[in-house]
Design a protein around this ligand. Structure first.
Ligand code: GDP
Length: 699
């Protein structure tokens, strides 16, 4: 019995259903990673074929042609030219959309000319009847010199036949579609003489594209066959024209469309959805509904995760023998894991909505609509999704930048997204606003506290757009700002595609950023649970001997001990150490600790203050608030939380990058520490300066 592994590469224009074909072939047997050194996503799946043959299916990034203009497209060329790559395909599947066959075939003819066995997959066959399309498959197979699989990845038909074709790939003709020398006979003849053993079309790609080519020294070829940039461009255009002539000739016989059935519904809907006014109204209405749902629907599962982990912690504490290990488990590891898993509902819901919008074809209309505005600030139309998703959480938002082709625009989007007000800032804002902004009405209608909150959200968006503008000026990254949005047909989303996308994104978060969140939680636990010296170790005795035990309940006494311990723990000592730096902002060492701990995650702020002020029940916000309100600065004799320090804190939390998970995800998405560190220093530095100015003016 033979048992072989073959490599299959899936290639195609964006929106031809490549991912759907990939999902049909591989199901959940997928691995998502990155190509070495770059951030382009690399998806490999496994598929069992007839006759015991196993296939590694590589889903290459969507590309329009082999004339590379983005890193995504470079990946395709580099692989197709490099026989030594361990992923070099035995057979290539070029996926096309039956409704856009002419345009999609350009890439097919290029791949075919590399003389790799190539199967033409014509997808979306379920649309043919509706659109009045008929194909003459034998004619097409003969003239395109290939085998054709006519499939519908939506309805699942043709997949079995496709698998059969893959198995017999060796019988596919490797004859090219276009004789490369027609591009420029004289030039190509001399190339052929100089490199008689090389494929002419490959040589041409090596000359025109910025890619590595292992069997030949690129310089050697380019050295003796240089042409000016404009000459090369002209010849590339000529190549494209020749290819389209060929395709037109073939399709004249091979494809028939009944014109009376084409267009109609789609163009009407497009007119409304990309309308100058209605387009925006509809878009913002959809966003509104999405964010309401994300908040509403996530609440129950988030509360559930929260309480489950709280009781797990208690359970561990009660049932394990007391000691350091138990403390580590119950106070470090369990809350740490809980702190990761609690984001899952928001991430899953957000990506559920995004995938539905993408799958249905609506997202392309939004991108088209917003592109003109966003481009003024160095962003892309596609930055809209991350910037808005950032109001839930920066983690999924930064992950959602992946479909921005231009690296510079993508990087800027990643860097500015954390300015949008995420849900973790909300508890911090809520308590400080309640403390320092009076609960009155402006013009008798608007609640001043509510207005302040809205202002903080606007400030976040404003700052994101403003910094994008600055970064656009500063960053010297070249990258073509070409903008191609396909306007794919409207379709009902495919459940399988949506589900796989949600699962993949959630998994990427839990295992990517999750590791780092867990590590930081453990470090924080350690620093808050241990301290050097007598004060920390004998806290219990010190408090019992120095306070009047009779008036305090057992709970109050314990809280006092805990807060004394915290003051003398490592993190408490750090709080005191940084006090000179933060007192010009109006904060004391206690706030300092909360600011420090909330660099792991902002929502830790309220919890930390609750512990520090040793309030009876940390769930009772009123008590924390009253305690905070009563806190007096021993030096000035004024309230710690006054208008000036409150505004200063609000501004600090609005701008500082206090979120280990954001750093982790930026590190992951940019593949370097340079960007997250820059982000941390700039955002937090800016926050500091602004908070300082605000406090000094207002105090
Ligand atoms: P990719 O960009 O090439 O990876 O394409 P996707 O797999 O994301 O598919 C693009 C759109 O086409 C999605 O809305 C899919 O639901 C839809 N689609 C994919 N395959 C088919 C098909 O066979 N028939 C129809 N009608 N739609 C399909």
């Amino acid at each position: 019995m033979i048992n072989t592994n073959i490599n299959v590469a899936l290639i195609g224009n964006p929106n031809t259903g490549k991912t759907s074909v990939f999902n049909q072939l591989t199901g959940l047997n997928q691995q998502v990673g990155n190509y070495p050194g770059i951030t382009v996503e690399k998806k490999i799946g496994f598929c069992k074929l007839p006759y015991n043959i196993k296939a590694n299916i590589l889903d290459l990034p969507g590309t329009y042609s082999l004339n590379a203009s983005s890193i995504d497209e470079n990946v395709v060329i580099e692989l197709m030219l490099n026989k030594n790559d361990k992923l070099y395909p035995d057979v290539a599947l070029v996926v096309t959309d039956v409704e856009n066959l002419k345009r999609n075939l350009l890439l097919f003819t290029q791949i075919k000319d590399l003389e790799i066995p190539t199967i033409l997959v014509i997808n979306m066959a379920d649309r043919m009847e509706h659109k009045g399309i008929t194909l003459n498959i034998p004619y097409l197979e003969e003239h395109l010199k290939t085998k054709i699989a006519l499939i519908s990845s939506r309805k699942g038909f043709g997949i079995t036949e496709l698998k059969e074709l893959i198995v017999t790939y060796k019988s596919i003709s490797s004859e090219p579609c276009l004789n490369a020398s027609v591009i420029d006979t004289e030039y190509f003849n001399s190339l052929r003489k100089a490199f008689p053993n090389q494929l002419l079309y490959k040589l041409w790609l090596v000359i025109t594209q910025d890619v590595n080519f292992l069997n030949l020294e690129r310089k050697e070829i380019q050295g003796s066959f240089t042409k000016s940039h404009s000459d090369l461009k002209r010849l590339q255009q000529k190549e494209t024209i020749k290819r389209y002539q060929f395709i037109n000739d073939v399709l004249k016989e091979g494809l028939k469309v009944d014109a009376t059935l084409a267009k109609d519904f789609r163009s009407k809907l497009d007119r409304v959805l990309t309308h100058k006014i209605w387009g925006y109204v509809i878009f913002f209405a959809i966003l509104f509904v999405i964010f309401q749902s994300i908040f509403d629907w996530s609440k129950i599962p988030m509360d559930f995760i929260d309480s489950t982990f709280a009781s797990l912690g208690t359970l561990a504490n009660d049932s394990l023998p007391s000691g350091v290990l138990t403390n580590l488990i119950s106070q470090g590891i369990i809350p740490g894991i809980g702190g990761i898993l609690i984001f899952i509902p928001q991430i899953a819901f957000l990506f559920l909505f995004i995938s539905i919008l993408e799958e249905s074809g609506y997202m392309s209309r939004v991108v088209f609509l917003m592109d003109k505005i966003m481009r003024k600030f160095g962003l892309s139309g596609k930055s809209v999704v991350p910037l808005i998703s950032g109001t839930a959480c920066a983690i999924p938002a930064i992950m959602a930048t992946r479909n921005i082709e231009n690296w510079k625009e993508r990087l800027i989007t990643i860097l500015v997204t954390p300015f949008t007000t995420c849900s973790a800032r909300l508890p911090v804002y809520a308590i400080i606003i309640a403390l320092v902004i009076p609960d009155t009405r402006v013009f008798g209608i608007f609640n001043l506290q509510g207005l302040t909150l809205m202002l903080l959200y606007l400030l976040g968006f404003g700052m994101a757009i403003f910094s994008a503008h600055i970064l656009n000026k500063i960053l010297k990254i070249k990258g073509k700002t070409f903008f191609v949005v396909e306007m794919p047909n409207y379709k009902l989303p495919m459940f399988k595609n949506v589900a796989i996308n949600v699962i993949e994104k959630t998994k990427a978060f839990v295992f990517g950023a999750g590791k780092i969140i867990l590590a930081i939680s453990i470090v924080l636990w350690f620093m808050a649970s241990y301290g050097p010296g007598e004060e920390f170790n004998n806290a219990d005795e010190i408090i019992r001997t120095t306070t009047d035990n009779t008036t305090l309940t057992q709970q109050q006494l314990q809280n006092k001990v805990a807060s004394y311990k915290l003051e003398n723990s490592y993190i408490g000592i750090m709080g005191k150490t940084i006090e000179p730096a933060i007192s010009p902002l109006g904060y004391d060492w206690k706030i300092g600790i909360a600011v420090l701990t909330s660099f792991a995650a902002r929502e830790v702020f309220v919890g930390t203050l609750a512990t520090i002020y040793s309030v009876g029940d940390s769930d009772n916000e009123d008590t924390i608030k009253n305690k905070m309100a009563a806190e007096i600065n021993p030096v000035t004799g004024k309230k710690i939380f006054n208008f000036a320090s409150g505004i200063s804190l609000l501004l600090f939390y609005a701008f500082a990058l206090q979120c280990a998970s954001t750093l982790a995800i930026t590190r992951k998405e940019t593949n370097s520490w340079k960007w997250p560190l820059g982000q941390l220093i700039f955002m937090s530095g800016f926050a500091y300066v602004l908070a300082l100015i605000a406090y000094q003016i207002l105090k």
